[in-house]
Design a protein around this ligand. Structure first.
Ligand SMILES: [Zn+2]
Length: 403
């Protein structure tokens, strides 16, 4: 009896881990972002699209190996008071002067990480370093997308402070994956971002604005669900994991006008638009270099062109899923053509690691960790490392997302 009780307790304490906008959403956002680019950039990005899609989750994957990675994916704004956006200086130096670099690191740095990576991407464009352009575009893509997730802006990143554990994964992984066919995968055209700092802070603040509903709707629906109906339990690596049931996810998703599905759709549309705009801005700031010169051969082949046109046509009709053209839904092997980058020829030595890890660690990947927000992602395997990272406040691996 006691044992059974303990087991139950264990179940409740081991949340399901999942990646941050889950891997699925990150990959989808990446693909759609390519379609939002101006034609002067599109051929190059399309040539490398499979690679970009694959690398779009690399930042989550390297969290396990790089202790500095974790806090780049979120910012726990509620740590900074009731009016955090009024109090927090937007410029990093001023924020450090007010709160210290250690504090910022602890509660997340996603807005500044985005600005930093954008500047590095600009430099890579200036140098015509194809490998770096791809890796940094993927990184920028990842962090920008993370900033669109409401639960990446709160200390209660997985509902762990309000007994809503697992909500992170529900929002950013389960809803996108379960209802992909109901989302319209569109976005706006990329635009030059005149003030990246102000823009990215606006994104974070918008995400923060969704937090109330994110938690409140879960709480309201929970009144109508028994524990058995609300959760599903799975067993892996000797542990029992708990996650929200499909029935609960369906109710949480709502019908489009009410429910969280509309919020996810809104952020899923805004993210690729901003990703493409940030890529475009970095390219413009580098002097709009001719990307065709980095391609070998220097323009899309007839086949590539046909594929691209077919994708664009399907995308415009919102049929990427129906026509099986969404890379996130295809097998990993089909993704990245490893030679893609090589063919690009240019010189550039690659940027460290990201590409390497591109390997799909399926679920694993992500990181987990951290305290505040989502840092968690995935799965079990990482848990050990995660714990390591946790410092006092971080809780452990709870939730995963990541992001
Ligand atoms: Zn992330």
């Amino acid at each position: 009896m006691k044992k059974a009780f303990l087991s139950l307790l264990l179940v409740l304490l081991v949340p399901v881990l999942s990646p941050g906008w889950g891997f699925f959403a990150h990959r989808t956002i990446t693909q759609v972002a390519v379609y939002a680019l101006p034609s002067s950039m599109q051929a190059f990005y399309f040539r490398h699209m499979a690679q970009l899609v694959k690398l779009s989750t690399a930042p989550d994957e390297r969290r396990n190996d790089d202790p500095t990675e974790e806090t780049k994916h979120f910012i726990d704004m509620d740590h900074f008071g009731d009016n955090p956006f009024g109090l927090m200086p937007k410029a990093y130096e001023k924020a450090v002067a007010k709160y210290t670099a250690d504090t910022l690191k602890k509660y997340g740095t996603v807005p500044w990480t985005i600005l930093e990576v954008k500047d590095k991407l600009t430099q890579a464009f200036k140098e015509g370093d194809t490998t770096a352009i791809i890796a940094l575009s993927a990184d920028l893509d990842h962090y920008v997308a993370d900033a669109f997730v409401p639960l990446h802006t709160t200390e209660n990143y997985d509902g762990q402070l309000t007994k809503q554990n697992g909500i992170h994964s529900l929002w950013e992984s389960k809803l996108p994956e379960m209802f992909i066919s109901q989302y319209k995968l569109d976005c706006e055209k990329a635009e030059y971002v005149k003030d990246p700092e102000a823009t990215i802070w606006r994104v974070v603040q918008d995400s923060y604005g969704f937090l109330g509903a994110t938690f409140d709707i879960e709480a309201a629906l929970s009144k109508n669900f028994t524990t058995e109906k609300k959760y599903t339990f799975s067993h892996k690596y000797g542990k029992t994991r708990r996650s929200y049931s499909d029935a609960f996810a369906k109710a949480y998703f709502g019908n489009g006008s009410s429910g969280v599905g509309g919020h996810v759709a809104y952020r899923l549309k805004g993210a690729p638009t901003m990703v493409a705009s940030m890529w475009y801005t970095a390219w413009k700031d580098a002097g709009s270099p001719d990307l065709n010169k980095l391609m070998h051969p220097n323009k899309l082949s007839k086949d590539e062109k046909e594929q691209f046109d077919a994708q664009l046509a399907a995308w415009k009709k919102n049929e990427l899923v129906d026509q099986n053209l969404l890379l996130a839904m295809q097998k990993q092997e089909a993704e990245a053509a490893p030679d893609a980058v090589g063919s690009a020829a240019d010189a550039a030595p690659a940027p460290a690691a990201p590409a390497a890890e591109a390997t799909p660690k399926a679920d694993a990947a992500q990181p987990a960790k951290v305290k505040t927000k989502e840092k968690k992602e995935d799965g079990g395997k990482q848990k050990e490392k995660v714990k390591k990272k946790d410092d006092a406040k971080k809780k452990d691996a709870n939730t995963p997302f990541g992001d």
